[in-house]
Design a protein around this ligand. Sequence first.
Ligand SMILES: O=C[C@H](O)[C@H](O)[C@H](O)COP(=O)(O)O
Length: 219
Amino acid sequence: MSDQQTQKKSAAKAALQYIEDGMILGVGTGSTVNCLIELLPTVKLAGAVASSQVTEDRLKALGIDVVDLNFAGTLDVYIDGADEVNEHLQLIKGGGGALTREKIVAAASKKFICMVDNSKRVDILGRNFPVPIEVLPQARSYVARQLAEMGAEPVYREGFVTDYGNVILDVYDLDVSNPIALEKELNNIVGVVCNGIFAANQADVLLKAGDNGVETIMR
Ligand SMILES: O=C[C@H](O)[C@H](O)[C@H](O)COP(=O)(O)O
C-alpha cells in the first residue's frame, strides 16, 4: 500500500472518534471518504446523508440507511476529504465533481471534520489545484468568458456531468489569496451553481495524516 493510501486510512480511523451511536452522519465523497465508509459498519449509525450518488451507492451496499437531507434536519457531524487545505482550514473541493452536494451537506451540519493526507496542505489555495466550478450547461461559454476576463483559465471537464445534471469548469490561475471574497465573487457570476472554494463553510477540525501519525488541528 502506498504511503498516501496508508495516511488516508489513518485519517479515516481518526475520524471515527467524532461519530456517536444513533447519529445521522453527513458523509462526503472521494478516496479518503471511501476509507471511512469501509469502517462505518463498526459504528451504530441511525443513518447517513450522502454527498453524492457514488457515496450513496457505497453506503447502501454496506446496508447503511441513506436519509434525504430534507428529512434529516441539522446534522451534528459532516466528514469529508479535500483537494487542498490552508492554515485557516479553508478548502478547495470538487476534484470528484461532488462540490455542490458536499457544500449543501456541510452547510447543514454543525461540525465539519476534514480528513487529509500530507499532500493536501498548502500555503495558498489554487496554486497547484484548479478551482472546480459547477455551471448550468447553457451558461458554460458565458461563465468561461467571465472567468477569462478575471485573468483565469477555465477548462471544461469534458464528458463529466454532475449529480444535478450540470457541467464543471476547472479553473486555473485564479487569485485565491482572499478565499472568502473570491468564493462570493464566483457565486455572483450568472449561471454558476456553486464553486469549490469552501471558505465561508470551512472545516472546523482538520485530521492531517503524515508519516508520524494523525495531527488534529482545530479552527
Ligand atoms: O468532489 C470531490 C470531493 O470534493 C473530494 O472530497 C475531494 O476531491 C477529495 O477527494 P480525495 O479524498 O479522493 O482526494
